[in-house]
Design a protein around this ligand. Structure first.
Ligand code: NAD
Length: 355
């Protein structure tokens, strides 16, 4: 039985990961530590709340005594660290929260692991600390080339800089103390439970309402997209077979321009629901808005290492993943309405104004 601390389990990827682990790994106990920021939603885990292998703790990863207490009380031998402030636009508006959660929070977890795993007697068997990070730490690519695990870091936003800092800290704990850490750098995820400020759920939500679809700049920024369950399987593969001290890039080999994504969402919704009530196609809702400062042009991942060493490859094709995602949002409209409230609304107005 492994005792796994999942941080940020009420967010998008964390909640998908918890569902998958409880489904696929009977021999685990999961403790989910989440502060429930605007992005954390307990409803994401309603169905597993009464599972005896699962426990939720509301708290901040920066709270060292809380984290130390959990390591001791729950005999934590594995960490899968998702908790973070994760939205680039918010990091431009207010970087302070990103420094706290992403750097100071990661530091508190590393310190707890160092104390409870390396200085403990008896030491836990085969402990592992998986730090979930992003391809944005590598900066921006031109029209060609891919990020590999040896690409030098060149973060451009406060978000990516804070994630880069946390990656360096995690790596330093391996080299300095021998802490068994593993780092994953993944491309853009999409799928169920994603907060509707990120590109795909934002566009789906607005396209359903017949509201404007704000696209940054010329819409030609390129991202690599991966279905969230493929990402969760990759993390499970790293947890089970990865080599401590190593970094694994994870990607979908699926580069798309932002505008292509928005057009696909419009077309799939028109196909499924028919056109808007006033007869317009949803593509007519697309509105180009002023570009994000420092907007990286292209990200693309070479995920060859994880394929070769851990036999992981993405399984869900892009159109299939998009169809599943749209269906999930159509079936869970009340989920979207419940998160699109208060703080998010105010933030949305500041970013995009009245539309
Ligand atoms: P998210 O914003 O949906 O969820 C983050 C979760 O962390 C929320 O539940 C929030 O309440 C919690 N949290 C934030 N600060 C906390 C704190 N101080 N203490 C405890 N909990 C806290 O994020 P996500 O999209 O699920 O991303 C998860 C991780 O994966 C992040 O580390 C992110 O950098 C990384 N990542 C995300 C993507 C992506 O496309 N979403 C891609 C690559 C890597």
């Amino acid at each position: 039985m492994k005792n796994i601390l999942v941080t940020g389990g009420c967010g998008f990827i964390g909640s998908n990961f918890i569902h998958m682990m409880l489904r696929c790994r009977p021999q685990v106990r999961l403790v989910n530590l989440d502060k429930l920021t605007y992005a954390g939603n307990l409803r994401n885990l309603e169905e597993v709340a009464s599972d005896p292998r699962y426990r939720f703790i509301k708290g901040d990863i920066c709270d060292q005594s809380l984290v130390d207490g959990l390591f001791a009380e729950e005999r934590i031998d594995t960490v899968v660290h998702f908790a973070a402030e994760s939205h680039v636009d918010r990091s431009i508006e207010g970087p302070g929260a990103f420094i706290q959660a992403n750097i100071v929070g990661t530091f508190a977890l590393l310190e707890a692991a160092r104390k409870h795993w390396l200085a403990a007697s008896p030491a836990p068997e085969a402990p592992r600390f998986v730090h979930v990070s992003t391809d944005e730490v590598y900066g921006s690519l031109g029209d060609t080339g891919y990020f590999t695990e040896t690409t030098p870091y060149d973060p451009r936003s406060p978000y990516s800089a804070s994630k880069a800092a946390s990656d360096h800290l995690v790596s330093a704990y391996f080299h300095t103390y021998g802490l068994p850490v593993l780092i994953t750098n993944c491309s853009n995820n999409y799928g169920p439970y994603q907060f509707p400020e990120k590109l795909i759920p934002l566009m789906v939500h607005n396209a359903l309402k017949g509201a404007a679809l704000p696209v940054y700049g010329d819409g030609k920024n390129v991202r690599d997209w991966l279905y969230v369950e493929d990402h969760c399987e990759a993390i499970m593969a790293v947890l089970a077979g990865g080599t401590p001290g190593q970094t694994y890039n994870i990607g979908g080999n699926n580069e798309k321009q932002n505008i292509e994504i928005v057009q696909l969402i419009c077309d799939l919704l028109d196909e499924q629901l028919g056109r808007l009530a006033d007869g317009r196609a949803r593509r007519d809702l697309i509105t180009y808005v002023k570009d994000r400062p420092g907007h990286d042009r292209r990200y693309a991942i070479d995920a060859g290492k994880i394929a070769r060493e851990l036999d992981w490859r993405p399984k869900v094709g892009f159109e299939e993943g998009m169809r599943r995602t749209l269906q999930w949002y159509l079936d869970h409209r009340e989920w979207v309405e419940s998160v699109v409230s208060g703080d998010y609304q105010a933030y949305y107005q500041r970013m995009y104004g009245e539309r």
